[in-house]
Design a binder for this molecule. Structure first.
Ligand code: FAD
Ligand code: 2HG
Ligand code: ZN
Length: 490
């Protein structure tokens, strides 16, 4: 059984010895080290399980040591030592990544940022926050929220993912439509390189054209170039008026029409436009114990959110959009949230999808960017292929759900296939077919989740050889011994 292709251990990496452990004990407080008896420690291997297994329960490493430094200086000492001794290291944030990038492949040391979780400064006038990389996204959002601001990104994993992990994956999420990419909102980074050098670029300047913008290289580098220890990021004003509506839509063409009209009518206050299909809805209602706000089922659902500063103005705009959509038949039913609790429930109907599919079975995830008009075609295409292969016809078949959802406004589809377990006969139906399909539309095989281990062998479907060669050169320049997150990305 092959869950995923696991590259062989690189024999050039050192296996940990007691002298390595002694070094770690010298530079780190005892309570920040987890080490199993296999390397002379006393931790129960079960304690390390959470650091070795990913959120999907698909990728699994065999690390015997987890280091949880509290300061940038400690990170620097650890990396310098590991680099000199060719000890492989996996930087880990909240371990919510979906491409097998955050867990070891073999016995790499896990360097967890969870003890670096302090806000360093906040500027009340500009809304710029500077913090440790291990701050949990939701906690940061609460912190800036109390001061009248909001984080420019939001995602279903907000309760566990860390800002450093978000930056390392260049996470997109549900506010991307409004606030754009982290390449724009991150103003500065503090990064420790494998040789221990601390790159202090924690700028809080909006404008700084003093040559190459090195921090951009680390945004989306997935722990392969350096360990991000500090982040400064600009945060927008927290909107005082938020409206959310869920719409029942008869076709994918109508989803696009609704998006076009939403932009036209609510452009300046539109803050999210998400969609999902009936298969997702079935799973989410069941597993989150929610009730649909709509009277019947629809092939597609859309969540529209407006965020602004004038409730009456936004109510009027969203209200007339909904009227127009209903009158034209673009939307067949709709519900507008009446209070905070209903807003949360409607968001749960969208954000609860990954977890609900995970509760249904082993979930294959494809996170793709494609021009919006053909984006959903792949879902029917894959369902058809699985049916033809005799894998998705009756309840006895291994495939339970084939569904699509995502950030339609950003041209980003999440194609998910849920099976009773991960298995070759299912995988072979859509890999590498999905990647070939994406390449034929000049799309991206990773819109927002990254490459990790899952897609490193498929990078060529989205990037020309010359670009991959330059990526390799950049990797070799920052990490000549290849100790940082080996086997991933490239
Ligand atoms: P981890 O999972 O721990 O790590 C991810 C990668 O970053 C790894 O390669 C790791 O080595 C590296 N890394 C982590 N921290 C650092 C650091 N400090 N320095 C250097 N490298 C580091 N993603 C989206 O883009 N949009 C979404 O809407 C979205 N929704 C999600 C919903 C759910 C329920 C889940 C489980 C995941 C979702 N994701 C989404 C995936 C997304 O990549 C992560 O949630 C998040 O950005 C990863 O942060 P993390 O702290 O958990 O990082
Ligand atoms: C989301 O948008 C996340 O919910 C997760 O990016 C998507 O699990 C997925 O496929
Ligand atoms: Zn997403």
């Amino acid at each position: 059984l092959r869950l995923y292709h696991k590259p062989a251990r690189n024999a050039q990496f050192k296996k940990l010895t007691s002298s390595d452990m002694e070094f770690f004990k010298r530079v780190l407080p005892a309570e920040t080290i987890l080490a199993t008896p296999a390397v002379g420690g006393t931790s129960d291997p079960v304690e390390l399980e959470g650091f070795n297994a990913d959120w999907l329960n698909k990728y699994r490493g065999d690390s015997q040591v987890v280091l949880r430094p509290k300061t940038t200086a400690e990170v620097s000492q650890i990396l310098k030592y590991c680099n000199e001794n060719k000890i492989a290291v996996v930087p880990q944030g909240g371990n919510t990544g979906l491409v097998g990038g955050s867990v070891p492949v073999h016995d790499e040391v896990v360097l967890s940022l969870r003890n670096m979780n302090k806000v360093r400064s906040f500027d009340d006038i500009s809304g710029i926050v500077t913090c440790d990389a291990g701050c949990v996204l939701e906690e940061l959002d609460n912190y800036v929220g109390e001061r009248g601001y909001t984080m420019p990104l939001d995602l279903g994993a907000k309760g566990s993912c860390q800002i450093g992990g978000n930056v390392a994956t260049n996470a997109g999420g549900i506010r991307f439509l409004r606030y754009g990419t982290l390449h724009g909102s991150v103003l500065g980074l503090e990064v420790v390189l494998p040789d221990g050098t601390i790159l202090d670029n924690l700028s809080t300047l909006r404008k700084d054209n003093t040559g190459y913008d090195l921090k951009q290289l680390f945004i989306g580098s997935e722990g392969s170039l350096g360990v991000i220890t500090g982040v400064s990021i600009t945060t927008p004003q927290r909107p005082s008026a938020v409206n959310v509506a869920v719409l029942g839509v008869p076709s994918y063409a109508a989803v696009q029409d609704a998006f076009r009209l939403a932009r036209r009518r609510c452009g300046e206050v539109l803050s999210a436009f998400e969609f999902w299909d009936q298969s997702c809805m079935g799973a989410v209602l069941h597993h989150q114990q929610l009730k649909s706000p709509l009277a019947s089922e629809f092939p597609f659902y859309v969540l529209v959110e407006t965020s602004g500063s004038n409730k009456d103005h936004d109510d009027e705009k969203l209200g007339s959009l909904l009227e127009e959509l209903m009158e034209s038949g673009t939307v067949e039913d709709g519900a507008l949230a009446q209070d905070e609790q209903q807003i949360r429930r409607m968001w749960m109907m969208r954000e609860g999808i990954p977890e609900s599919l995970g509760k249904t079975g082993a979930t294959y995830k494809y996170d793709i960017s494609i021009p919006i008009p053909v984006l959903y075609d792949i879902v029917g295409d894959i369902a058809g292929k699985l049916k033809t292969a005799g894998l998705y016809q009756s309840s006895a078949d291994p495939v339970k759900i084939v569904c699509g959802y995502g950030h339609i406004g950003d041209g980003n589809l999440h194609l998910n296939v849920v099976a009773d377990k991960f298995q070759n006969r299912v995988t072979e139906v859509f890999e590498p077919y999905v990647y070939e399909w994406v390449a034929s539309h000049r799309g991206s095989i990773s819109a927002e989740h990254g490459v990790g281990l899952m897609k490193r062998d498929y990078l060529g479907y989205s990037k020309p050889k010359e670009m991959i060669d330059y990526m390799r050169r950049i990797k070799a320049m920052f990490d000549p011994n290849g100790i940082l997150n080996p086997y991933k990305v490239l």
